[in-house]
Design a protein around this ligand. Sequence first.
Ligand code: URA
Length: 433
Amino acid sequence: MSTVEPFDAVDLIRAKRDSRELETPEIDWLVDAYTRGYVADEQMSAMTMAIFLNGMTRREIRDLTMAMIASGERMDFSGLGKPTSDKHSTGGVGDKITLPLMPLVATFGVAVPQLSGRGLGHTGGTLDKLESIPGWRADLTNDEMFAQLRDVGGVICAAGAGLAPADKKLYALRDITGTVEAIPLIASSIMSKKIAEGTGALVLDVKFGSGAFLTDIERSRELARTMVELGEDAGVATSALITNMNVPLGLTIGNANEVRESVEVLAGGGPSDVRALTVALAREMLALAGQPDADVEGALDDGRAMDTWRRAIRAQGGDPDAALPVAREQHVVTAERDGVLVEQQALPFGIAAWRLGAGRARKQDPVQHAAGIELHAKPGDTVRAGEPLFTLHADEPARFSRALEAVEGAWRIGDAGDPINDGGPLIADRIGR
Ligand code: URA
């Protein structure tokens, strides 16, 4: 039996090309017809470029998001009997915040269903980091995820293939057609997955700066506003922090190294920026879930968050006491003179860690869990000639030279009193109710 399609892809492409607003049934059809293969990749490429160039209204973005949600399953945690709150970061160098954040928030009886991904390019993936813990398993069934949320209170696991399949197809197409950086497309892509995941509250960590996906703070603010509106329109309590990614976050980049640093934060220590951002995001997540006065810092300092972490790691087959992998080779870079470190650019350090083996160039590549970079100084720190500035870790020494090329000119030692080129405060703005 042949079915008659209600619209024609070429008409809709022409409409968006000429800056006409697409109607709800047109967007619903377009997403559905693309997901089932009726609308061809080349047609959708033209459409995403038209959207990139001419934008979309708030109503169109909402329709696009809802159509992508409708392309797959929608999870439901209402049976848990407790509020749910989640966080999404647009990604950055050394961004390991999900690791201490999930157990910290779960400690207060708010369930955290954190569906995460693997890394591609210079930003690391949360699952890659956790997989450096011996035995830890990322793939859970929906029933296992539900049971862990009920028993432990929080879970970090791989998003199943059933969630917003339209986005998977569209994202892969955008990646090869130069249309990733369109705010309507980024916002609908991220929010379709988060709304389909079924969380009741959501905090967005939208980064700006050299190591972020959008470098300009105004574009990050616009993306944050668009996503907060989408969340609120879908009944998810949503807020966003606009955070600085000009400098790597914390003192470690690379999978096992970042797990070690996260455990330090859970033990009440760790670098001040990692702790500060973890605490700020936890406060946001808990406030949206009805606990604005939770003693977040207390739960890091007295070991409660660490207890939840250990239970969550064990629940997924991991051994929280096992030694983490250590790289076979190290290369130390020292300060060439006395002074103050005035610059440390996130992007080159992220690329260097990736070249050392911490990230992957193709989806199917494995990562080397012990590879990465340990920073011994941060912008503003006083350094002395000959003292270590950072250490490269790799399993194969042949990787050092390309990593060193990536960081050439990426840090600078100045004199006391020179301006620090770090892009300003860690948390630049907050958007939301
Ligand atoms: N992350 C997503 O999930 N989608 C985008 O479009 C960009 C970043």
